[in-house]
Design a protein around this ligand. Structure first.
Ligand code: 5GP
Ligand code: ZN
Length: 116
C-alpha cells in the first residue's frame, strides 16, 4: 500500500535522505518548512506515501486527506500564529504544481506577504 518514488524530492525528504526543517511527523504525514517561504510562516504538509497529486486521489485517500487538513490549525498555533492562515493545494501543470508529490501549503503571519 505504501509507495515510495526514489526520484521524488519529497519522498527523499520524508525518508530523511534530504534535510528539511521538520515541524511535525507521525507514521502517515510529515510537515516541514517551505524552502522559499511566501509568508512569515509557510510549511508543507505531505503524506509520507507517494501520491503524485490531488488528481491521483480517490476514496481510499480520504482519511489521509482529512488528516492533512485537520492537522493544519494545531500546527499553525504551535508555531505561535493565531490570526488566520491560508491553505493551498496546487494540482498539475495548469494548477501551478512544481513538485509532483501531493502537498498542502499552509501560510500564516501578518500581511503583506511576499507572494500568495
Ligand atoms: P508547488 O508549486 O508544487 O505547489 O510547491 C512546491 C513547494 O515546494 C514550493 O513552495 C517550493 O519552495 C518548495 N520546495 C521545493 N523544493 C524544496 C526542498 O527541497 N525543500 C523544501 N523545504 N521545500 C521545497
Ligand atoms: Zn514522492
Amino acid at each position: 500500500m505504501t509507495s515510495h518514488d526514489p526520484t521524488c524530492i519529497f519522498c527523499k525528504i520524508a525518508a530523511g535522505g534530504i534535510p528539511a526543517q521538520r515541524l511535525y511527523e507521525d507514521d502517515d504525514v510529515l510537515a516541514f518548512h517551505d524552502i522559499r517561504p511566501a509568508a512569515p510562516l509557510h510549511f508543507l504538509l505531505i503524506p509520507k506515501q507517494h501520491v503524485a497529486s490531488l488528481a491521483e486521489a480517490n476514496e481510499a485517500h480520504q482519511p489521509l486527506l482529512g488528516k492533512l487538513l485537520a492537522l493544519a490549525p494545531s500546527l499553525v498555533r504551535k508555531q505561535g500564529f493565531d490570526d488566520g492562515f491560508r491553505t493551498v493545494i496546487n494540482t498539475g501543470p495548469n494548477g501551478g504544481q512544481e513538485v509532483d508529490h501531493l502537498h498542502l501549503h499552509v501560510m500564516a503571519g501578518p500581511r503583506p506577504w511576499k507572494n500568495g
